[in-house]
Design a protein around this ligand. Structure first.
Ligand code: ADP
Length: 630
């Protein structure tokens, strides 16, 4: 309602309409101006990149509506300097924006995930790194400008609108004056009145340096006055040997909207049945939108250098962090975006490029394990989504996967794991949970440690899902150590010399019966454990159904009622002796208190609350006082 009224009272004909920035824009503006001190010049890269996108857009639209180009066929970007006015202007004759687009595109940040990103920023210590992940865009103008004016005429339209802002609280939009309208043909002109600290950008050589450094690869000519100052050749078309690391980096930054370095660059040309060029990058940092529900990719599809879409899903969602360009030489230019989904050429490219990316990961892992590990630390949780989404490539992905395990702190591959199987070991054991430290303290691990059996420690939510679908690796099944029977009797205790205490109670059977009776439905059973060495008890899931961790996740998502766990007890622990001593009816209450303490501590060790926290506290206090009094 309020919005509508604001629109009505702000008819363009009544003079400039004033708008306030949406909260997130104001916040980002503030952050940017106050956190980007070095490399102020990136504003120029951002403006040129937007201008280039606008030219791309028009060129694509003109494939089906050539009249949009009129007689201005050449698309280009022009920079001009006005020393007297202390301003520079970046213009393009691309698609342009109408009134509403100016308001919406330059007044809000439409990128999905902005809100989540800002919340992250709020709690972050180093905003610079995060803003780099987000990409700075148009608003970076305010790093160097005290006032920004945007004039725009949309292709095919007569109307010109003027957007203006000083980057503080809001902006205005008005119909352009005659003089303004006369100054612009088709497209957009962004004029920056520079602030005192940024006068260096009034120098031609400085602009030229910046354009060469950051925007040389833009495929449209970039002119300073009448002079073209970029190479304007598609970087992906050039030979690898001729391209410097700096050039790759700047291309990555300007197409990916990123400020970090590419961690991996993949550049090649496919020939044969389909001909296309590929230039892809893996970022160093996680892009801000990595975990957005849309899971959209960032590989731009070109056909013969004409940008078609960034939506062609050229890579599967589990590789959505990879960015860059695929340029097809044999697809028809007039292919509509809607047709891409089922186009056989696109499908063939998708398949081949995906395989190539995984191969490149593999050779990085072989040749430069350290870099590969940091790639895995950053993107492993996403790549692992492929383990259940892409069964065809599961083996390839298994070879790429690295895991934390109980054997020290190093990342281990499944191959390494299988190579260090103990004699008679038949399964790949894993333990799932939320936190590595907590996992390492799990009582369920004790029997495995004592036998020198390595256990994979899974702490990414995605792990619970792929592992239940995976049939195994190298013919060995995966087995959760918090589920079912852990039959470890065939495997010797390691040379570790673990002492196993004598049984703490002569006849265990009646104690087990009483435990079952006392704990009732809170447990699905009570059994003697081969998993435990030091701890008195732990919980495991029944053989059928999810393991303890997945059960917890599913219950949290409200998809299932929780299963009653099986309480496994360590027959050699003195607590069992204490239970055995309290079998007489007169000590029934003590037995019950101890039984519940046993169950509750097993829950706490899994990172959960006792079944009834108040009663737990009361029981614990009673026992502490009893001990103190005795
Ligand atoms: P991004 O480019 O990441 O979308 P920006 O803040 O840089 O974010 O720009 C916001 C939007 O404004 C762009 O997506 C585009 O729709 C529009 N825009 C910016 N500059 C231009 C331009 N020169 N011509 C046409 N549209 C533009």
């Amino acid at each position: 309602m309020t919005d509508e009224r604001a629109e009505q009272t702000n008819e363009p004909s009544e003079g400039p309409e004033a708008h306030e920035y949406k909260a997130e824009v104001a916040r980002i503006l503030h952050l940017m101006v106050h956190s980007v001190y070095t490399e102020k010049e990136i504003f120029l890269r951002e403006l040129i990149s937007n201008a280039s996108d606008a030219c791309d857009k028009l060129r694509y639209a003109a494939l089906t509506a050539p009249e949009l180009l009129g007689d201005e066929l050449e698309l280009a970007i022009t920079i001009s300097i006005d020393k007297a006015q202390k301003s520079i202007t970046v213009s393009d004759n691309g698609m342009g924006m109408d009134h509403d687009e100016l308001r919406d595109n330059l007044g809000t940040i439409a990128r999905s995930g902005t809100k989540a990103f800002l919340e992250q920023l709020e709690s972050a210590q180093d905003g610079t790194k995060l803003i780099g992940q987000f990409g700075v865009g148009f608003y970076s103008s305010f790093i160097v400008a005290e006032h920004v004016e945007v004039l725009s005429r949309q292709a095919g339209s007569d109307e010109v609108y003027a957007w203006a802002s000083d980057g503080a609280s809001g902006f205005t939009i008005a119909e352009a004056t005659d003089e303004q309208a006369a100054s612009i043909g088709r497209g957009t002109a962004v004029r920056l009145t520079l602030n005192e600290q940024s006068m260096n950008f009034l120098e031609e050589h400085e602009i030229e340096r910046v354009v060469r450094a950051y925007s040389d690869h833009i495929i449209f000519p970039v002119r300073l006055g009448d002079r073209q100052i970029n190479t304007a050749s598609a970087l992906w078309d050039r030979r690898k040997e001729e391209i410097s690391e700096d050039e790759y980096r700047e291309f990555y930054r300007s197409t990916g909207g990123a400020l970090d370095e590419p961690a991996l660059t993949i550049h090649y040309r496919a020939e044969g049945r389909n001909e296309y060029a590929v230039l892809l990058f893996v970022p160093t940092f996680r892009p801000f939108d990595l975990y957005q529900p849309s899971r959209s990719g960032h590989v731009r599809l070109y056909v013969k250098r004409v940008f078609i879409t960034s939506d062609a899903e050229l890579l599967p969602a589990y590789l959505r962090f990879v960015r860059g360009v695929v340029d097809s030489l044999d697809m028809p230019l007039n292919i509509s975006r809607e047709m891409l989904q089922n186009n056989p050429t696109v499908q063939a490219i998708r398949k081949a490029v995906t395989n190539r990316v995984l191969n490149e990961f593999k050779s990085c892992a072989d040749k430069d394990p350290d870099s590969y590990i940091s790639l895995w630390e950053t993107f492993g949780p996403v790549i692992k989504e492929g383990l259940y989404e892409d069964p065809e490539r599961r083996d390839a992905l298994f070879n790429l996967a690295r895991f934390r395990t109980t054997s020290g702190d190093a990342w281990r591959s499944l191959k390494q794991y299988v190579e260090s199987f103990r004699e008679n070991q038949t399964a790949i054991y894993y333990l799932t949970g939320e936190d590595q430290d907590l996992l390492r303290q799990s009582p369920q691990l004790e029997g495995f440690r004592a036998r020198g059996i390595e256990v994979l420690l899974f702490s990414d939510p995605v792990d619970s899902f792929w592992v239940t679908n995976a049939l195994g690796f190298d013919g060995k099944p995966f087995k959760s150590i918090t589920q079912g029977d852990a039959d470890l009797s065939n495997i010797d205790m390691a040379e570790s010399g673990t002492d196993v205490a004598a049984p703490a109670v002569d006849d265990l059977a009646p104690v087990i019966e009483r435990l079952k009776e006392t704990l009732g439905e809170a447990v699905g059973g009570v059994e003697v454990s081969s998993r435990l060495v030091e701890s008195p008890a732990c919980l495991v899931a029944p053989t059928e159904g999810p393991d303890r961790a997945l059960d917890r996740i599913l219950a949290r998502q409200d998809q299932a009622a929780r299963q009653a766990p099986i309480l496994e007890i360590n027959p050699n622990h003195p607590l069992l002796g204490a239970l055995g001593d309290r079998m007489a009816p007169a000590r029934g209450e003590e037995f019950s208190d101890l039984a519940w303490l046993l169950l509750d501590q097993a829950r706490v060790l899994e990172g959960e609350l006792p079944s009834d926290p108040a009663k737990f506290a009361a029981r614990l206090n009673a026992w502490v006082l009893k001990g103190a009094g005795e």
